[in-house]
Design a protein around this ligand. Sequence first.
Ligand code: KIV
Length: 276
Amino acid sequence: MSAQRESQSRLAAPDINAMKGKTPIVCLTAYTAPMAELLDPVCDILLVGDSVGMVLHGLDNTVGVTLEMMILHGQAVMRGSRRAMVVVDMPFGSYEGDRRTAYANAVRVMKETGAQAIKIESGAAVADTIAFLVERGVPVMGHVGLRPQSVLVDGRFRARGRTNSEHDDVMEEARAAQAAGAFAIVVEGVAETLARNLTSELEVPTIGIGASPACDGQVLVLDDMLGLFDWTPKFVRRYADLRSEIDRAVRAYAADVRDRRFPGEAETYRLAPKRA
Ligand code: KIV
């Protein structure tokens, strides 16, 4: 009963779907319970992105991210949140082969994390898989434009849709994802004209990252917008400079330890006074 109440208070795929054309959808990535707790009252969607591999695990790209990593971080984000919809990325290699394997892996993610949906990078080749999953009860968020899991084929992370043929390819990928039943589509790294055309043609919400203001919502990688990295792409706005703040704090701590100013009286346990 309490689990049922819990799931009723969370936003789910139909709620996000219904925001199209009304309220801009607010989404950030989250990978840990304490961060999820901070973001939960403010965001509509917490995306457990496979960017976790680069952001927290020091990988060069997302290709090495495993299902186990996504499940572990999905569980943490679910524990830290109560209200926002939690969407977990399916990692490279977990859904592109046969549909039954994709279904088995998606069910593992849903059951072991309790998340409300999964996200799939949606080239034309996986439209059938999206339909297979949605028909069997797995809500799917699509992802078109720059698809980071294809970086080894593309050679680099590169904005898409700047030529007519790329524009048409991405439109086609998004149409296929929508027709297959995706409830929303992440649009990454595309020219504004393409984002505008996608958003006006599609009936499902578009959630942009590096895709101009012409989307139904926006998503950023949390650590980018908090200023935790030296370098961030052009499309990121830094809302904080936590890298400098952490550097300042760690240097102050190290100086206090070396000069024996830490721990001080306030941070030290003493024997309890003897009772008379
Ligand atoms: O993995 C991720 O963080 C993502 C966002 C960039 C949308 O897919």
